[in-house]
Design a protein around this ligand. Structure first.
Ligand SMILES: Nc1ncnc2c1ncn2[C@@H]1O[C@H](COP(=O)(O)OP(=O)(O)OP(=O)(O)O)[C@@H](O)[C@H]1O
Ligand SMILES: [Mg+2]
Length: 492
């Protein structure tokens, strides 16, 4: 049971935050409100009238719009085509032509009215995620709606894009719209919510106001006290495990995304890469992992040059990899949880040989990892796509930390993960470090980098601007992230 007699009331012109740990049932509840799932019991009342939604079409007609946790846009369509999808208008009779001009105008109109800047003619796959998120909102708002559901819209946004989105939400509220806002970031909840409802394991725990402290909210969500800081002892760095020299990597458009990066990660230390998303971090990590060609420079792992080696060989050399885009690079959606847990070890004992898979061993191994990493799933044999977003992330973390590692490359390891699981994943990364593994952590959450890194390299415009100790003041790192070095600042 994903939702167990939940009662939730949203007032007109209210921002109502919905909090709860991974798998608590937030997306399920919203899918019911949006007509994607039918409730077994209970009712939905809109403006005093009991309604029954057979599909999202009915929900939209009742004034409800939804932006889903995972992007639902068609990458090869333009913004206007995506917005029109599902509400196509034709001219020249019922078998006429798509009215693209009207669709373009609608996009321009909506984006002006709510201050959501988007270009109707851009192809969606070329847009940064922050803009794609805006397109999703424009799409929802293009159908006269009163209630907007935002399911973790900020998980993939940079802090700046997040602030912009919060501002848009305030504007919508001022225009009389109601919003249900799902997020795992308590700071955002405190910044915009009028009321907060916490759900835990499918049940409503409490509806409260934003003056509730972050610690208390975290405890309500998880059902126990959560440490919001990370416990760790000073690092004991050993030999260099990863050395990157003069690395040059191109992005999709052939531009130099990584422009001569040098870095070194030693055994038993966490090197954190801080930086605003889109400054070459993704390309740097993909090049190290053999997923993107290195144009110049070298990657040396444990004394051996592995530049442009196959990803499989790099993983086999003792590298664990938590990719930033879990659906594209971390999981096979249609495979079961158990199968996803052995994606890089299935052809080796105890799970199998070159010829056969030992399904009993795979299932037993999966049960063990599911228990250790508290993955909430109905069974090891459930398709991984049926897990909640945060639990999908935990499957990847469990898999990558399950084998002996020399190096762990963790990109945005806690994206979309609830506060209790963030605490747990951070502890696991620190424990991995204490076992002597070198850890390269890339995160756009400065708090995460400050919390677990032993040294911090700040990346901006494809270069490492500086490498600083972990106790450097956050303002100084913030300036570096914006491309301003502190020495320059000091010059009158
Ligand atoms: N189609 C499905 N089939 C089977 N189980 C499902 C399906 N959809 C959701 N569930 C289960 O329902 C529970 C609630 O999932 P839901 O996606 O609502 O969680 P959530 O609160 O949104 O979590 P997150 O913060 O991780 O996104 C989970 O245990 C999930 O595995
Ligand atoms: Mg969800």
């Amino acid at each position: 049971m994903a939702n167990d007699s939940i009662t939730l009331t949203v007032e007109p012109g209210e921002i109502h935050a919905l909090l709860g740990e991974n798998g608590a049932g937030k997306s399920t509840l919203m899918n019911v409100l949006y007509g994607l799932l039918q409730p077994d019991e209970g009712e939905i009342v809109v403006d005093g009238e009991t309604v029954r939604f057979k599909s999202p079409r009915d929900a939209i007609a009742a004034g409800i719009g939804m932006v889903h946790q995972h992007f639902m846009l068609v990458p090869v369509f333009t913004v206007a085509e995506n917005v029109m999808l599902g509400a196509e208008q034709v001219r020249g009779g019922p078998l006429g032509f798509l009215d693209r001009r009207r669709a373009r105008q609608r996009v321009i109109e909506v984006s002006r009215r709510y201050g959501l800047e988007v270009d109707p003619d851009s192809v969606v796959e070329d847009l940064p995620v922050g803009v794609q998120q805006r397109v999703e909102i424009v799409k929802a708002l293009s159908r006269e709606i009163d209630l907007l559901i935002l399911d973790e819209p900020t998980a993939v946004l940079t802090p700046h894009e997040t602030d912009e989105l919060l501002e848009v939400m305030r504007g919508l509220k001022a225009a009389g719209k109601s919003i249900v806002f799902i997020t795992h970031k308590l700071r955002e909840v405190k910044a915009v919510a009028d009321r907060i409802t916490v759900i835990r394991r499918g049940r409503c725990v409490r509806t409260t106001t934003p003056d509730t402290s972050e610690e208390e909210l975290a405890a309500l969500m998880v059902g126990r006290a959560v440490r919001l800081d990370v416990q760790k002892t000073p690092a004991q760095p050993g030999e260099p495990v990863l050395s990157v020299r003069g690395l040059v990597v191109h992005d999709e458009r052939g531009q130099r995304a990584v422009d001569g990066v040098d870095l070194e990660v030693r055994a038993g230390e966490v090197l954190g890469i801080a930086g605003v998303q889109g400054n070459g971090q993704t390309e740097l990590v993909e090049a190290i992992m053999g997923l993107r060609p290195v144009r110049a420079g070298s990657v040396v792992l444990g004394g051996e040059t592995v530049t442009n080696r196959r990803t499989r060989d790099i993983l086999r050399a003792g590298v664990g990899y938590i990719p930033e885009d879990r659906s594209a690079d971390g999981l096979v959606a249609d495979f079961t949880v158990a199968e996803n847990l052995v994606l890089d070890t299935y052809d080796r004992p105890p799970y199998g040989s070159k010829l056969v898979l030992d399904s009993d061993a795979i299932e037993a191994g999966a049960r063990d990892m599911i228990a250790r990493f508290d993955v909430r799933t109905s069974s090891p044999n459930a398709p991984v796509a049926t897990l909640s977003g945060g639990n999908q992330q935990k499957v990847i973390v469990a898999r990558e930390l399950a084998r002996p590692l020399k190096l762990l490359v963790a990109a945005q390891p806690t994206r979309g993960v609830d506060v209790g699981s963030i605490e747990f994943i951070h502890q696991q990364i620190v424990a991995e470090r204490d076992r002597g593994t070198a850890v390269l952590l890339v995160s756009s959450e400065l708090d995460e980098v400050l919390g677990i890194a032993d040294r911090i390299a700040v990346m901006c415009g494809g270069r490492i601007l500086a490498t600083v100790p972990a106790d450097t003041p956050r303002e100084e790192i913030g300036l570096l992230m914006a491309g301003i070095s502190v020495d320059e600042e000091a010059v009158p």
